[in-house]
Design a protein around this ligand. Structure first.
Ligand code: UDP
Ligand code: MG
Length: 139
């Protein structure tokens, strides 16, 4: 069974480069409905909590620093088969490996500053959505 919710955030590089609008347009044109959205800034501690699953990986410290370096735009998105379809829309983690036309191929600068996050499972989509949004912020 596949769920109809995924979680994303536009990362600091894409917000500061002015790519957020173009990325949101692509997301909507791909059939995702925005259930919740805001502009926010993560503290290093909060970024560390969000990426806790990666805490043993060598890039964890830099990732937390980078994700707290500027504003982000977190969103909850709705579509049939949301998690898998959204991962296809954003492309591979490393933009040099991302399919042409994907969001990361178009907008990411590097494997670390890669423009956008997408949940990797239905379970994590729920956890990540709850990390940023209360029930009252979802429409
Ligand atoms: N990341 C990095 N170096 C790497 C792999 C990942 O800086 O070698 C960063 C990158 O920002 C990535 C995030 O850590 O988006 C989470 O990694 P993950 O493997 O979960 O990739 P994603 O699910 O975002 O494609
Ligand atoms: Mg991931």
């Amino acid at each position: 069974m596949t769920g109809n919710i995924t979680f994303t955030m536009i990362k600091p590089d894409a917000v500061s480069n002015g790519h957020a609008g173009a990325m949101i347009k692509m997301i909507q044109e791909a059939g995702f409905r925005i259930i919740a959205m805001k502009k926010a800034r993560l503290s290093p501690e909060k970024a560390g909590k969000f990426y806790e699953v990666h805490k043993e990986r060598p890039f964890y410290g830099e990732l937390c620093q980078y994700m707290s370096s500027g504003p982000i735009i977190p969103m909850i998105l709705e579509k049939a088969n949301a998690v898998e379809d959204f991962r296809k829309l954003i492309g591979a983690t490393d933009p040099t490996q991302a399919e042409p036309g994907t969001i990361r191929a178009l907008f990411a600068k590097s494997i670390d500053a890669n423009a956008i996050h997408g949940s990797d499972s239905d379970e994590n989509a729920q956890i990540e959505a709850n990390f940023f949004f209360s029930e009252l912020e979802r429409f």
